[in-house]
Ligand binder design. Structure first.
Ligand SMILES: [Zn+2]
Ligand SMILES: [Zn+2]
Length: 258
């Protein structure tokens, strides 16, 4: 079956059942004909690379699979964020270690009907940028990237085909000394972060995105398999690659899960 077509996969015939004696009625036909939605996590961490995460890439895959998601984008904290990769190692080794959460997740997903895509969360003094669409080779090719001013980082990654969403731009937290937003230098804004307890953080983010006509992304910032905050994005079609994800967001085919 071609999973790319957005037509409901299950057009089975089934009778309508009523629960005997109870005032409940449900239609199996209705349930089966309901168009399938595909949920993806766009922002999450693994303990292979993020110092603040408590679960491996493989554990995160299992948790999201059980929770009904179709896939995840692993966005570990890059070296300028809450990274657990030793800074004294050679660049190549650091990048290899950084990618392990993603690679372990990918390996686990190969046993399941589940997708794992690569990204990272780049930090500049508390302002954080979810970077999608680039791969390990990009990181290996730029061993000097940590010395770039943030404006240069955002320009270079986007010129290389990357898609950047500023993560939780209005989050207030102990580790964010100052709120800095870069609407003119990014593609999208994370308008919903399911880890937020103050709705105002997301309301302001949505306002910013709309004011500048930026794309919307939504994610959860999960760090532990035992605690998935929910959220993410929902699509009518299955996404098979990070390029599919970027295209779907740009074409407005993604819905940010509230
Ligand atoms: Zn973290
Ligand atoms: Zn994060």
């Amino acid at each position: 079956m071609d999973k790319r077509n957005c037509v409901s996969e299950s057009v089975l015939t089934a009778g309508t059942a009523t629960a005997g004696g109870l005032m409940t009625e449900f239609s199996l036909e209705r349930i089966l004909a309901e168009p399938r939605k595909y949920r993806y996590e766009t922002h999450m961490h693994t303990k292979e690379a993020s110092a603040c995460a408590g679960s491996t890439g493989a554990e995160m895959v299992r948790a999201y699979y059980r929770a009904g998601y179709s896939g995840i984008i692993v966005t570990d904290h890059f070296f300028n964020g809450n990274s657990c990769i030793p800074a004294h190692l050679p660049w190549t080794q650091r990048v290899e270690l950084f990618c392990q959460g993603y690679e372990n997740a990918l390996r686990e997903a190969s046993k399941l009907d589940f997708h794992v895509f690569f990204g990272w969360e780049y930090n500049d003094n508390g302002a954080e940028f979810l970077t999608y669409g680039l791969d390990k080779d990009f990181l290996l090719a730029h061993p000097d990237m940590l010395s770039w001013p943030i404006e240069k980082y955002l320009r270079v990654v986007r010129e290389a085909g990357g898609f950047v969403s500023q993560a939780h731009p209005y989050r207030e937290a102990w580790y964010i000394k100052e709120i800095r937003v870069f609407p003119e230098l990014v593609d999208a804004i994370e308008v919903r972060n399911a880890s937020h307890t103050d709705p105002e953080f997301d309301e302001k983010a949505l306002e910013l995105a709309n004011k500048y006509g930026l794309y919307h992304t939504g994610g959860s910032d999960a760090h532990f398999a035992e605690y998935l905050p929910g959220g993410g994005m929902e699509f009518d079609c299955e996404l098979f690659s990070i390029e599919d994800f970027i295209r779907a967001v740009k074409e407005g085919r993604g819905r940010v899960i509230p």
